[in-house]
Design a binder for this molecule. Structure first.
Ligand SMILES: Cc1cc2nc3c(=O)[nH]c(=O)nc-3n(C[C@H](O)[C@H](O)[C@H](O)COP(=O)(O)OP(=O)(O)OC[C@H]3O[C@@H](n4cnc5c(N)ncnc54)[C@H](O)[C@@H]3O)c2cc1C
Length: 294
């Protein structure tokens, strides 16, 4: 069971997937794929891959039961160009191996993130970490974009001036903004990539990092399609319930069964009163209706 070659992944090696105005993601290399996960899981009793259906069922079982180590046998290396504010959020994921361009060695390029006009929004009134979903007045959006652009140009001109005077690159760069693009090589195993994707594809994550996460996921589907399908089924598309919520669901099913049996006890019967507060009940119902983690 030597090196796994995944045809679909081979086709996209080195292909540049654009993200934001100047960023990109490239798959530099990969090690393993669905087949490696299956081999690793079956090593304990000396059997390799079986039929596609059996392999797919095994991967699904492993993912559903959080048998995570076989997924760690697959590894992906990406070359990523990203604004520094995105990199600040990204680097909090400690389980990857990273090599970043150094502003001490290199002259930083005049590459800045500039949001699209439709992405410029007011501060959200109900989410302290996010932006409002309401469309912003076009004039104010343009004014904001122009102010961001002018600030970037001014600071970059000052940076270049210091460089031209021979000031050390490690000092000349210290006023450069978070919107400046950086680049890194990022290597991570599939289990930890899934953890990253779970957090960074979520609607609570900032839009800019979500766009990168989506591209990483699309690329990962080429490397390990069965693993990604199981991840989508059991993690991305799943919601969790507290033990009180599970009790409430059981209570309603029991009341429903009783209703069907003798048409006498209903969900609101006093003997089977919910342990959830009205607010918690509302949240549970909304969770079930929307299929979203609230
Ligand atoms: C929407 C969103 C908002 C956020 N807001 C903030 C914020 O306001 N401020 C802020 O500071 N951060 C914020 N974060 C970052 C967040 O707190 C985590 O640091 C980040 O998501 C990385 O998660 P992680 O530690 O699980 O991942 P990883 O670092 O990839 O670790 C994966 C898992 O490995 C284990 N692990 C890794 N390293 C260690 C270690 N040294 N010791 C013990 N266990 C370890 C942990 O179980 C961890 O869950 C935010 C993240 C998200 C997604």
């Amino acid at each position: 069971m030597a090196h796994c070659v995944v045809e679909e992944a081979e086709k996209i090696l080195d292909k540049e997937y654009p993200v934001l105005n100047k960023g990109f993601v490239r798959l530099v290399d990969y090690m393993g794929g669905d087949e490696r996960v299956v081999q690793a899981a079956r090593v304990s009793y000396g059997k390799g891959t079986k039929s596609y259906r059996e392999d797919s069922a095994l991967i699904d079982y492993l993912l559903r039961h959080e048998h995570t180590s076989p997924f760690e046998q697959v590894s992906l290396t990406f070359h990523i160009k990203l604004p520094i504010f995105v990199a600040r959020q990204w680097i909090r994921h400690r389980t990857a191996k990273v090599n970043e361009i150094s502003g001490r060695y290199s002259i930083m390029k005049d590459d800045f993130y500039e949001p699209e006009l439709e992405d410029i929004a007011l501060q959200s009134s109900d989410n302290r970490q996010g932006r409002s979903e309401e469309a912003l007045d076009k004039g104010l959006a343009e004014e904001t974009r122009d102010a961001i652009r002018a600030g970037q140009q001014k600071v970059y001109a000052e940076y270049k001036e210091l460089i031209d005077k021979g000031i050390a690159r490690e000092l000349a760069r210290i006023n450069l903004p978070l919107s400046l693009y950086s680049e890194w090589y990022w290597q991570i195993d599939l289990h930890n990539l899934f953890h990253f994707l779970k957090l960074r594809l979520d609607s609570h994550a900032q839009k800019e990092i979500r766009l990168y996460a989506q591209v990483l996921f699309d690329i990962s589907k080429k490397v390990a399609p069965l693993c990604c399908a199981s991840f989508e089924r059991w993690v991305l598309g799943a919601i969790t319930f507290s033990n009180e919520e599970v009790e409430e669901i059981k209570r309603r099913l029991a009341a429903n069964d009783a209703n069907n049996a003798n048409n006498s006890i209903g969900a609101n019967d006093a003997s089977t009163k919910s342990i959830l507060s009205d607010k918690a009940l509302e949240r549970l119902e909304e969770k079930l209706r929307s299929g979203k983690q609230l």
